[in-house]
Ligand binder design. Structure first.
Ligand SMILES: Cc1cc2nc3c(=O)[nH]c(=O)nc-3n(C[C@H](O)[C@H](O)[C@H](O)COP(=O)(O)OP(=O)(O)OC[C@H]3O[C@@H](n4cnc5c(N)ncnc54)[C@H](O)[C@@H]3O)c2cc1C
Length: 319
């Protein structure tokens, strides 16, 4: 029997899977098509893609910084240079690290040697005879231990029978985000890498061409809406994608000098559980009786760094 099942291949899942794999056998299940979770990369065509989740990493914690610098040395991460403009006049000047090919590069790197199943949602978990029965795609798998790394509302849905009051009482609320990806047929060669806007709709836009991962005649922009707009439209996005995407695109065109006629592709993605700003009194959770662990960003904050720290904290508890 494999020692650990890890639910999720986002930063928390890939980090804990990588750490555990140094001593134990590990297998990952993710409902998504590929690794990364919210640190994902959406391919448009050939090597052209959008980071439609995590934008960049600016490490603060000393150990996480060391991890990031090590990944830079290994050519997994690089610095996103150029002009990052903040129209709210708040921006710091800390270094912005991004994946060499896409922002799912960290997860890919961490789990490259680990057994993983994509398009594999875990739909049922059952602890019996001192091991875990895991159901995915109508098949049952057995594992010694289980680690869950998904957003808090999804955690409650799948595992509430195995959670104690410490976790249940946290009642973490997670804010949504709507991200729109646009391709213009021209490369405007704009010397701007990202813009934080003052707008009732858009919070931020990233110039994908400025990440120097590809050379193209087209320009790719990723736009993130602000919290108020995202909350208002997240539940109707699937049904009214065209209408909501157009509201976002029209606002972007108003804030910039781009031409609607040049748009050759767009798509919007809704992140129902994007980030939690409050954090919690604990950094991770390990239940010895059920041999079940939980690590994720929402224990600590709302960043890649929070997920990484939570996974490292969980490893100490398991040990
Ligand atoms: C739009 C957006 C922009 C962001 N920008 C930044 C940024 O610039 N910098 C930064 O540091 N952070 C940013 N964040 C936050 C960052 O993405 C998260 O903090 C971090 O990626 C969370 O990682 P995680 O592993 O904890 O969770 P997730 O990435 O959510 O991983 C959970 C995984 O579990 C899987 N899963 C869920 N349920 C199941 C199930 N039942 N069975 C199998 N698999 C399941 C999911 O598919 C997912 O892959 C952003 C987030 C969003 C949404």
């Amino acid at each position: 029997m494999i020692d650990f099942c890890v639910l999720g291949s986002g930063i928390a899942g890939s980090t804990i899977a990588n750490l555990l794999s140094k001593k134990y056998t590990v297998e990952i299940f993710d409902k998504a098509r590929g690794p990364g979770g919210r640190s994902s990369n959406r391919r448009y065509k050939k090597n052209l893609s959008f980071d439609h989740g995590v934008q960049y990493i600016s490490p603060k914690d000393k150990l996480f910084k060391k991890f990031v610098l090590n990944l830079k040395k290994k050519n997994v991460l690089k610095i996103w240079g150029g002009n990052h403009i903040d129209l709210n006049l708040k921006s710091g000047n800390s270094s912005k690290y991004i994946g060499k090919k896409g922002n799912n590069d960290i997860a890919k790197f961490l789990i490259k040697n680990i057994k993983k199943n994509f398009n594999s949602p875990i739909t049922k978990i059952n602890f019996t005879n001192n091991y875990w029965e895991i159901t995915s795609n109508d098949k049952i798998y057995h594992f010694g231990n289980l680690i869950i790394t998904c957003p808090y509302p999804q955690l409650i849905a799948i595992s509430k029978n195995y959670l104690n009051n410490i976790i249940k009482k946290l009642k973490i609320k997670m804010s949504p985000n709507i991200t729109t990806m646009i391709v213009f047929k021209k490369n405007y060669n704009i010397p701007i890498s990202s813009i934080k806007f003052q707008s009732n709709i858009i919070a931020w836009a990233a110039n994908e061409n400025s990440k120097e991962r590809f050379k193209s005649k087209e320009s790719l922009w990723t736009i993130q809406t602000n919290e108020k707009f995202s909350k208002k439209y997240i539940n109707s996005l699937k049904k009214n994608k065209k209408k909501i995407s157009n509201i976002i695109i029209n606002e972007f065109l108003k804030l910039t000098s781009f031409n609607k006629k040049d748009i050759i592709f767009y798509n919007s993605h809704g992140w129902k559980y994007s980030y939690n700003l409050s954090g919690s009194p604990i950094k991770s959770y390990w239940n010895k009786k059920f041999k079940m662990g939980i690590c994720a960003d929402w224990f600590i904050g709302s960043k890649v760094e929070s997920s990484w720290l939570s996974a490292n904290d969980l490893l100490k508890k398991i040990k």
